[in-house]
Design a protein around this ligand. Sequence first.
Ligand code: FES
Length: 567
Amino acid sequence: MISLKINNIDVKGKEGDMILDVAKRYGIDIPHFCKNDRLERIGACRICVVEAKGQQKLIASCCTPIREGMEINTHSRRVMEARRTNMELLLANHDLNCVTCKKNLSCKLQRYAEEMMIDEITFSGDKRLYEVDHSSISIRRDNNKCILCGQCTRICNDIQTVNAIGIQNRGFHNKIAPPFGMNMHESACVNCGQCVIACPTGALTEKSDIQGVIDALRSDKFLIAQTAPSIRATLGECFGMPPGTPVTGKMVTALREAGFDKVFDTDLAADICIIEEATEFIKRFKENKDLPLITTCCPAWIKFGEQFFFEELHHMSSCRSPQAIMASLIKTYYAEKIGKKPEDIVLVDIMPCTAKKFEIKRPEFTGEADFVLTTVELGKLFKLLNVDFINLEESDFDNPLGESTGAAAIFGHTGGVMEAALRTAADWLTGEDLKEIDYKKIRSMDTLKEAELTIGGKQIKACVVHTLGEARRLLEQIRQGTCPYHFIEIMACYGGCIGGGGQPLPTDKERLIKRTKALIDEDEHKDIRKSHHNKSAIKLYKEYLGDFGGKKAHKLLHTEYYKRDYV
Ligand code: FES
């Protein structure tokens, strides 16, 4: 351990720890913009500067390692003045339209300006004026609010390897944008929203569908909401609840109070997704054909594959995502059941993810889901409609599309889809109701996890990756014929859906672990924990869908993919 003093307090840290991280552990908050735990520290914004005794220059605490005997002052007069100057320079170029900004009250720039008591900006000069980019279905880009911290481009390029945005132009005209003058829609953007999560200001935000939903709620249409598996573990954070607080019952009640006629559970569709995907996997595994099979619940990964790995698309499961399965069932099976025309039903999908906004606009899904609200948007909708979320009673989902198993509950975290699929595949391969197999290996936050299972005398090699850079490495292996796996789960976002681009901030590792635990707890407390034991799903096949993987199931529950040239 290394001993040092921060603000005259004796502290300790490990070799390689940075000053900022050690300070944080001791409750000392140093402002920072460009530091991101998932990225290399580059010390670009200089807002985190501190004073080290014996050193003439101020140092960036985010990327300066601690040394034995150091004496650090994080809030000396010199430090405060330097920080204030940096802040004023950033604000001098900013449009300062905070009241109308979507990050109002959750913006770091705003928070620091308030904490540093900046009520006047002493620098003046030409403001850069940019047109707001509304072209994307999922993401709004406003360079007038950008402070050039670079986190968004580094996430997009280094972690996701999508390269949709980068720093364009030089000097005063520097800006974050797609290359060659393209807008977001024309770019390679896969809509994952990881840039939105990284952005400390309102420069990158989700495209809002709240007004459209409010208009629908005021219409005479029949309103249905479906809620994705991860939302119940994250929505509470929008109302100040600790991360990982399960709020399923309150969420259902709140949606009814908001005016929805029915509230269905996407988890049921997750169970159906597993039934179809396991059927597909077993067929391919027995025939040893088109392996590995890759799961396709994540729309950002699907667009990534369509853009960069078209030759490998036959490895993707043809099964729709749970969102798209539920949308299909609501506008066919359920509409018929209640005697309504599909166009008289407005379906609002509550999703963790900005890419779901893109997914529902795919031509294959026309006429199904009408709107996607992210978790954050749903929180805002409830506040707007004065729904007293915290004090609500709990209630259950509506039926017949509201029953789900523990296997569906874990869809929301990395490894969950694979675990759910293997539970069913293992039973079907052996013809037995197997006791729980240990899936701990694929529950961790590692970005690549492997599991080798021996089931019924046969070996299944499974792999789980999250983040698209990790997926790219695996897909390159498939392209070269060196991939050793039979079955792969890919999720674009770090942590899976609990870390999606529409989830409450921050989405740091600590918080993601708590959200994951909430989903695992839900699974462990369910009586039924395998998708193929879901009674409502089985009844649905008997009444309406026919055989697992059969003709009608294929028509309603599967889809296809195609080559994309970045649009
Ligand atoms: Fe340290 Fe930006 S946070 S330089």
